[in-house]
Write a new protein. Sequence first.
Length: 335
Amino acid sequence: MSAHLDEVTQAARECALLVAGVRAADRRLLAKAITLAESTRGDHQALARDVMTALLPHTGQALRMGITGAPGVGKSTLIEALGLHLIALGRRVAVLAVDPSSSVSGGSVLGDKTRMVELSRHPDAFIRPSPSSGALGGVAAHTREAMLFAEAAGFDVVIVETVGVGQSETDVANLTDVFVLMQLPHAGDDLQAMKKGVVELADVIVYNKRDLDPPAADRAMAQMQGALKLLRPGSAHWKPEVLGASALRGEGVGALWDTVQRCRDTLAASGELAAKRRRQALAWTWHLIDAGLRERFRADRGVRDALPGVLRDVEEGTLTPTAAAARLLGDSKGR
């Protein structure tokens, strides 16, 4: 009993230390809180939950911005230029960069921070790279928790940079207030643009590297504007805007920020932002429930015992995947 009380007391002390550290914007303790949330250890996750519960009243004041786009479109370059622009305006900026994890080794390079050298050195900026670790949708499994920790630390703009691997990067739209899609001038015609599911969720579309071929960029922007007229807008109060920029030269960065602010203010004034954030909280709850159920399923004793044989039967063609899934789900019942 005494040992248990000691553990509880120690956990409470550590929780209080982390809460105070995050509120004081201590970078080391902020990073530790995020690491605990990302950990697979149960005690680490429990501590992260306690810290998050204590910090929750201090969250929700930041502008949450998501940025996605294909690899090579210049996301990191634009984020650094935008971050430095915001700091010059007196803002404090947190960047949560999600790097793809290898499907072979499971490892991740976590190189986004190295592409934001100047921003990473600034005392009013915090950059946290995290591995996707197999999570789909462009964000990591605990990006929302990391975002809330950054808000509690006093960062008033939180930018989530997605993995950037294709058209399915839509989870970031369920985390942020304003969703920015980056495009390249030669990325395709208006029909190609229309079939990208991510376009329907974007609040702002930015054609980067406009300086390389201004006429092509202008044509692409005009095509996108035409395509957007054929799509149902995601908001009743905001129509997506199409902008041009050159992140490397710092051109169009100020206009992008003005548009992002205007979008957020419009949604807030109409009450749509508050409703959006409520929907996002519920969606993330179900996201975590689904992830937790998958983990429990894989850890179930009956599933572990049956899995090798069932998978062998599927490989040999004697059992269909549908029947295999039904059998494994049946083995996990009641355990």
